[in-house]
Write a new protein. Structure first.
Length: 422
């Protein structure tokens, strides 16, 4: 009833949905608690250790929030911890990375024109690279730079820019964006797992033992939490970047990613300053606008992608797809119904670049994107949008029959690779 391509696509959807839900919860926590901390006012409660308070109203109810300088004298019976939002976001993101980019490395991770890697080599580089950021960043935080947060963030930005450039020299543009997001998210989750949570456990353990907790543990955790807060918006952009070829499929995509980080910092600085009851820094709007204009300009630079040679060598998977019953008719249908938009130089008004940078101009193009053609135009009517090129039901049935025939003749390892080819 269900073929592997459909099941794999729904698996990807489930992971993506879980990832989004968890990320919303985590980012919501970050935004709320940083705003709460910055907005605290002198407390009317004279109990020892209360640093500040804030009254809030929401949903028809009034709330009084209080923060202790270090910790209360006695540990409350019910204490809510905030950690699984972060862990679930990272774990679901890594799972999605594996399902989409590792299993589908041939199409979405490896760029043979840059470095011709074997699939296992690309996966190894992908996985190992995610740890680099945390190791460098954590080492910097444990130096005297912890007392100079602005300089620390500048160095972190340089690291992120260098990693973006490095990724762009090895992987596809969309893989570069996604990996830079995963690279940053790994730093953020490692902050929670290795620094924030252990420090909070030390304070709780001291309270249980009847000792006075050391304030330094809370200060260290707060610094890391603040860093995470400034990284949230760029990570969101990088999560969604695969929908925007102008961001990931241009020559300077790595630099665009770097400017997105600066935009995220300027936006968060505006809101964090506002929450701290300080004069609103309207100048951040001008900086953010200028950065966005620079991104638009960068997306127009560079040499257009060359039209590929028709004699390009087909992979074993593509050879089976090309020899399956009905491919010649499918090829003609795709060229007639889809290639005007999915082209290196599009011929459809209002579509300046191929959607998601998927090209369908040559036999090689169509075979590379076979699974997408099957799902988007065969199993569903997602493409062409609104059926603007009048693809007939018979043509969709022909696409289904061709792809299913190819899958029936394909060895299991190649079928798995094809199912993962997004």
């Amino acid at each position: 009833m269900f073929d592997l391509a459909i099941l794999w696509d729904w698996a990807g959807f489930a992971l993506r949905w879980l990832h989004i839900v968890a990320a919303i919860a985590w980012i919501g926590d970050s935004f709320y608690f940083i705003a709460l901390d910055l907005g605290l006012r002198p407390s009317t409660d004279r109990r020892e250790g209360v640093a500040g308070e804030e009254w809030q109203v929401h949903g028809g109810g009034f709330y009084q929030m209080k923060k202790f300088t270090v910790a209360p004298r006695d540990l409350p019976e019910h204490l809510v911890w905030f950690k699984w939002q972060s862990y679930t976001t990272w774990l679901s993101g890594v799972a999605m990375l594996a399902v989409v980019y590792w299993a589908g490395a041939e199409l979405y991770l490896i760029d043979a024109e840059k470095v011709d890697l074997a699939q296992w080599q690309a996966i190894l580089i992908s996985a190992a690279s995610l740890t680099i950021g945390w190791l460098v960043y954590d080492a910097l935080c444990k130096t005297g730079l912890a007392a100079r947060p602005t300089l620390l963030m500048v160095l972190l930005f340089v690291l992120l820019l260098a990693m973006g450039w490095g990724y762009s020299q090895i992987f596809t543009g969309r893989a570069m964006m996604l990996h830079l997001g995963a690279f940053t998210a790994t730093i953020m989750t490692a902050n929670v797992f290795f620094i924030i949570m252990p420090n909070q456990r030390i304070v709780v353990a001291d309270l249980k033992a009847g000792n006075t907790p050391d304030a330094k543990y809370g200060k260290i955790a707060k610094l890391r939490s603040t860093h995470n807060n400034y990284l949230t918006l760029p990570v969101l952009f990088l999560m969604l970047s695969n929908h925007y070829p102008l961001a990931f499929a241009t020559e300077y995509s790595w630099l665009i990613a770097g400017l997105v980080f600066l935009m995220g910092v300027s936006i968060r600085h505006f809101f964090n300053t506002k929450h701290a009851h300080k004069p609103w820094p309207w100048w951040t709007w001008a900086i953010t606008t200028a950065l966005f204009i620079a991104i638009i300009w960068l997306s127009t630079l560079g040499t257009p992608e060359a039209y590929p040679e028709e004699e390009a060598t087909l992979t074993p998977r593509e050879q089976i797809l090309a020899s399956a019953t009905g491919f010649d008719d499918v090829e003609n249908t795709v060229l007639g119904r889809c290639s005007m938009c999915h082209a290196r130089e599009t011929g459809y008004d209002g579509v300046p670049y191929a959607p998601k940078n998927i090209h369908l101009e040559t036999r090689k193009d169509i075979l590379e994107a076979a699974r997408l053609v099957y799902l988007q135009a065969g199993m569903s009517t997602a493409m062409p949008p609104a059926n603007v090129t009048w693809m007939e039901p018979e043509e969709r049935a022909m696409i289904r029959a061709w792809y299913q025939d190819a899958m029936g003749n394909m060895p299991v390892p190649l079928r798995l690779a094809d199912a993962a080819a997004h």
